[in-house]
Design a protein around this ligand. Structure first.
Ligand SMILES: [Zn+2]
Length: 414
């Protein structure tokens, strides 16, 4: 079970065969997969995963949140479990790698440890979390496992309450089951996840492995600029209280602010609606959707202050009122430093070029970090494409990622 470096290694051809077999479930003719949560393809993929676990002689379990797990008893009796995982659901018409790669790498790590008969400090569990992508409610299964899922979230899911209820019924799940699926933190040794980067940095810099330091915090705000609707022909330019000017000027200047003062942060104006909304009426109101992200709380707060100050300045400049409504806030999540070091040591042992980086996207590790030490690594996404059938990671990089995951399990478990 060793490779040319004398290190334990995954079985690359078995890993790839699994990957190809899974990619066929819900495959689309443009090379992607369509496996929204609880769709027939998604349920088939999960059943397939458990069959692969049984075929390898592993235990299989499904918890109250529908999280599907393969389990290897390789630790002391009554000892903790190290979770390895990701998700088998996809966005609508997504790619083959997002989530699937991490679940299959986790399964492969369990098989290799089992074959070598190695005893570790903990049992291993490869888990496919329910609805990471948020067809119904993002990070549903991992939030349930972490015990941070609330009744309020179940009542206001992003995909609508009726859809959630019928989805749960289809999958044989219940809300009470979801709320009771929390794991006992004292039995969790940690959570490790391999995922594709979903951005272009690793490929551009020629790096094999990105060790995630944290998952960015995110704030969504609705800004409403209010001026006065007027006749677009008879009101002079000087006398207008044009809400569009405030909203657009804010949008342009926000970019300059980010580029000048907030490296590593991003902001997005996703929509602007002008009201009443006609060729011949000066817009009296502009409703703007603003979202921004930063790797740590200090920068997130400073960025929020700076953006709101800019919005107030631009409103004043065009003689507008400004209303600010908070629409959501996720605190930045730090990844565990011991796990980051284990990944670093693993990448070094395998001669892989690595960097430390923040994740701009949300992941199950974000939820699991609430209850146990959590860590993640990324492998390069060609062209940075993700949530698209164009999603592609070179097979060498998939192997590098899975081997780094395996090595980190050994570093932490021996
Ligand atoms: Zn994902």
């Amino acid at each position: 079970m060793g490779d040319e470096m004398g290190l334990m290694a995954i079985n690359s051809s078995r890993f790839r065969d699994d990957f190809e077999a899974l990619a066929k479930i819900g495959s689309t003719n443009d090379g992607g997969v369509h496996r929204p949560t609880f769709s027939e393809a998604h349920r088939m993929a999960r059943t397939w995963f458990l069959e692969r676990a049984y075929a390898a002689g592993l235990q299989a379990e499904v918890d109250g949140a529908g999280n599907h797990s393969a389990i290897l008893r390789c630790g002391p009796v009554g000892g903790p479990t190290l979770l390895l995982g990701s998700h088998l659901d996809s966005v609508s018409h997504g790619g083959r790698f997002d989530g699937a790669l991490g679940v299959l790498a986790a399964l492969e790590v369990l098989r290799v440890v089992q074959e070598t008969g190695l005893a570790l400090r903990f049992d291993l569990e490869a888990v496919d979390f329910t609805d990471e992508e948020g067809t119904f409610s993002g990070l549903l299964g991992s939030s349930a496992a972490a015990g941070i899922l609330t009744q309020h979230e179940l009542e206001n899911p992003r995909g609508g309450r009726a859809a959630l209820l019928s989805g749960l019924e289809l999958a044989g799940l219940s809300e009470s089951g979801l709320l009771k699926a929390s794991r006992d933190p004292s039995r969790l040794a940690g959570y490790l996840e391999l995922h594709i980067e979903q951005g272009g940095r690793l490929e551009a810099e020629g790096v094999d492995i990105g060790i995630v330091t944290g998952i960015v915090g995110l704030v969504s705000i609705t800004l409403t600029f209010i001026g006065q609707a007027d006749h677009a022909g008879t009101t002079t330019i000087e006398r207008r209280r044009d809400a569009a000017q405030g909203a657009c000027s804010f949008t342009v200047k926000a970019r300059d602010l980010l580029m000048g003062e907030f490296p590593g942060c991003v902001a997005n104006v996703g929509s602007i609606q002008f009201l009443p909304g006609a060729y011949n009426i000066v817009p009296g109101t502009a409703v703007l959707s603003l979202e921004f992200r930063a790797p740590d709380a200090e920068r997130l707060n400073r960025l929020e202050t700076a953006l709101l100050e800019l919005a107030r300045d631009e409103a004043a400049r065009f003689d507008l009122e400004l209303h600010i409504a908070s629409k959501g806030r996720h605190a930045p999540t730090l990844m565990n430093s011991t796990i980051q070091k284990a990944f670093q040591k693993s990448a070094e042992k395998r001669g892989l070029k690595h960097i430390f980086m923040a994740s701009g996207a949300g992941h199950d590790a974000q939820a699991m970090a609430f209850v146990c030490p959590a860590g993640m690594i990324f492998v390069p996404s060609i062209g940075g494409a993700s949530h698209s059938p164009r999603e592609l990671t070179r097979w060498t990089d998939c192997n590098h990622g899975a081997n780094t995951l395996l090595q980190a399990v050994l570093e932490l478990g021996r």
